[in-house]
Design a binder for this molecule. Structure first.
Ligand SMILES: C[S@@+](CC[C@H](N)C(=O)[O-])C[C@H]1O[C@@H](n2cnc3c(N)ncnc32)[C@H](O)[C@@H]1O
Length: 357
């Protein structure tokens, strides 16, 4: 691969067809790997690391396969949105042979919310069952993710309370709590005992490692100025995790759009602590991502004309961010109200330099 000619747009990106025209101007091609992996005269050596920088583009015909369009709740040139259970819809996508570059998602956190739909994940009686449900979902994601792809999972933790159903009519508490949550049950006296921080993000990451995923970072999302916890005997929680995982040692990663400039102009990697104010939820979704939280995952691990998948799409943050950057996306959610909210946000969006197809 001749990197100079590639980056000047003189040769086409990767080997696949060009469903959406020329590479998006705002998605920067990957930076050339270090000298060690470059042959003389600007040519890249044929190495697994270099090959991973040029993943094959999933053709638009695959993305817009008839069976997918028929099942979709909403679709446009850049977006496919499915209303239904995550496992069922992932299976549908796998049957069609769809391949995505980046999976970024915030699954329901354990015992935090009742999304009001049968089959929802997050209210399993024991946190171990919750972790098993999540690992099962991401195992279904595995065949959809290209070998060069990345999986990014945002997870926060939960304390066991063991206090029984919430009694106070106090408004804020009442809004956050919804009757008898799993963590309000008596517990096993060990892992699930009152005041215990369940360490769900860590246990999930270890379970994913055991399932064969490669953990690249446990990025910490730091929330500035959070509403303090009403606790007298511990620190107030103000962070969540965003795990970066891959299938393989060599994968697509573009530091250019996500890194920061060092003193001599070289691009340094982004830090693994991300200070991002929480989204205050503009729409109906009370646990919506902030778009800033999907910036590094999507821009860092989705090549031009790539596809982003969010299997727990909620109000559509990842799909909206992808479309704004002329990247395609697939979203799934069990709650029809959130699908409607996402579709309403996506429909009027015109990506910059949009080519009518
Ligand atoms: C934390 S929220 C995602 C928020 C999203 N990142 C956003 O920006 O709005 C988790 C979502 O998972 C969905 N969900 C829960 N169980 C599901 C299941 N079994 N299949 C599909 N979606 C599910 C919920 O409806 C909820 O919208």
């Amino acid at each position: 691969m001749d990197y100079e000619r590639y980056s000047e747009g003189l040769i086409d990106y990767a080997l696949g067809s060009s469903p959406l025209g020329q590479p998006a101007p705002e998605t920067v091609p990957p930076i050339p790997p270090g000298r060690a992996s470059r042959a003389p005269a600007g040519k890249l050596k044929d190495t697994p690391a270099n090959r991973a920088l040029f993943p094959k583009v999933t053709p638009q015909e695959k993305f817009h396969a008839q069976s997918l369009l028929e099942d979709a709740y909403y679709s446009d040139d850049y977006s496919l949105l499915f209303h239904g259970d995550v496992s069922e819809k992932l299976q549908l996508l796998a049957n069609e042979g769809v391949k995505v570059d980046c999976i970024v998602t915030s699954p329901p956190f354990y015992g935090q919310r009742d999304y009001g739909v049968d089959g929802q994940i997050g209210l399993e009686p024991h946190p171990g069952d919750f972790i098993a449900s999540l690992v099962e979902v991401f195992e279904l994601c595995r065949p959809l993710l290209k070998d060069t792809g990345s999986l990014w999972v945002n997870l926060g933790d939960t304390y066991w309370s063991g206090k029984g159903a919430h009694k106070s009519a106090e408004s804020k508490q009442g809004a956050r709590r919804f009757g008898l949550r799993p963590q309000d049950l008596p517990g096993d006296g060990k892992w699930t005992r009152p005041k215990q921080l369940l360490l769900i993000p860590h246990r999930f990451a270890i379970a994913m490692q055991d399932a064969g995923w490669l953990i690249r970072n446990d990025n910490v999302w730091v929330k500035p100025n959070p509403i303090p916890d009403q606790q007298r005997d511990r620190c107030s929680v103000s962070h969540e995790y965003v795990f970066h995982m891959t299938k393989n040692r060599w994968y697509y990663y573009s530091q250019e759009p996500v890194g920061h400039k060092g003193k001599n102009g070289t691009v340094l990697p982004p830090l693994d602590t991300w200070v991002v104010p929480p989204s205050r939820g503009n729409g109906a979704h009370r646990a919506a991502f902030s778009e800033e939280l999907v910036r590094v995952p999507i821009l860092g691990s989705t090549p031009p004309r790539g596809i982003v998948l969010d299997p727990f799409l909620g109000s559509g943050t990842s799909a909206i961010f992808a479309k704004r950057h002329r990247l395609r996306s697939i979203g799934i959610d069990l709650n029809e109200g959130y699908c409607l909210e996402a579709a309403r946000a996506l429909a009027p969006l015109e990506p910059p330099g949009c080519l009518s197809t």
